[in-house]
Ligand binder design. Structure first.
Ligand SMILES: C[S@@+](CC[C@H](N)C(=O)[O-])C[C@H]1O[C@@H](n2cnc3c(N)ncnc32)[C@H](O)[C@@H]1O
Length: 271
């Protein structure tokens, strides 16, 4: 295992926080533990050489490896089900009543390998049923990691990831391969999700404001000011009455939060 000097540690922490919002200030051991092998595989013999390389070259592939090593992409279908119940029983009926143009604008921000936006897509299909065809229900799904977006677009999953879906959905919304036992998301559910690379530190400049933003289990890596600033950018990109859903283990700073609190991990912009 390599060692990292205070100076190299601080250089890396400052870069990751400034560019990606990821707060590693208390993660010195994690950095050494998770990066030592990668650094050796890249042909460097010290952290100083590696940090110099990252900061000077800013090579997107190397930075992505760095982010992937230090954060988690863990996710599964129907994760934190209370949100999806609320989405189906409260948010969608409100949207159906109020959206005269029948265009929805839903964002899965930090979508990882796609389980979250595909779950949303399945719920949209369930909710609208026969009315589905007359609505534009496309879901925008973004992540900083090309690797997870590749998996998302591939849309092939292990059975384990589907275990929290309601009975019958695996059959209804996936095709199971007899050879591999893996499940592929059905074409209509897949076609309803648009995947894009997006760094949540960047200005939010999408064409439409959002009715619902799912940003769950992403801000865990961000420190208070970074999180506050992102929540404010989300707020400006939310329609009046629109929702922000965050992970149930995450909290928002009460003093600086422009949304109204609705229930745990669920916030709404005033109508
Ligand atoms: C644990 S996953 C969350 C997946 C899903 N939202 C869920 O709740 O299951 C966190 C994701 O956030 C992404 N992420 C971390 N920092 C990011 C940033 N600055 N911009 C965009 N995505 C980021 C990671 O790449 C990872 O895929």
């Amino acid at each position: 295992m390599l060692t990292i000097s205070t100076q190299d540690f601080n250089r890396l922490v400052t870069f990751m926080k400034g560019s990606y919002g990821i707060d590693l200030s208390k993660k010195q051991q994690l950095i050494v533990g998770r990066l030592s092998r990668t650094i050796a595989e890249m042909g460097f013999s010290t952290f100083t050489e590696y940090v110099d390389h990252i900061l000077n070259k800013k090579n997107p592939q190397d930075i992505e490896v760095l982010i992937n090593k230090l954060t988690t992409n863990y996710t599964f279908f129907m994760r934190e089900k209370t949100h999806f119940d609320f989405f189906q029983k409260t948010i969608l009926p409100w949207l159906e009543q109020t959206k005269k143009n029948k265009v929805l604008s839903i964002w899965s921000a930090g979508c990882s390998s796609g389980e979250e936006p595909y779950t949303i897509s399945m719920i949209l299909k369930e909710y609208f049923g026969g009315r589905y065809g007359s609505w534009d229900t496309r879901v925008l799904a973004t992540d900083i990691s090309q690797r997870v977006l590749g998996t998302a677009q591939n849309a092939v999953y292990e059975e384990e990831s589907l275990k929290d879906l309601p009975a019958g959905w695996a059959k209804k919304y996936f095709r199971k391969s007899k050879d591999t036992g893996l499940y592929t998301v059905s074409p209509d559910i897949k076609a309803n999700v648009i995947f894009r690379t997006f760094n949540l530190m960047d200005p939010i400049q999408f064409r439409l404001k959002f009715d619902v933003i799912f940003c769950r289990n992403v801000m865990i890596y961000f420190d208070g000011p970074t999180k506050d600033a992102l929540v404010n950018r989300f707020f400006n990109a939310t329609v009046p009455g629109g929702y922000l859903l965050i992970g149930h283990s995450e909290g928002l700073n009460k003093a600086n939060n422009p949304y109204d609190y609705i229930m745990p991990a669920t916030y709404r912009k005033k109508l």
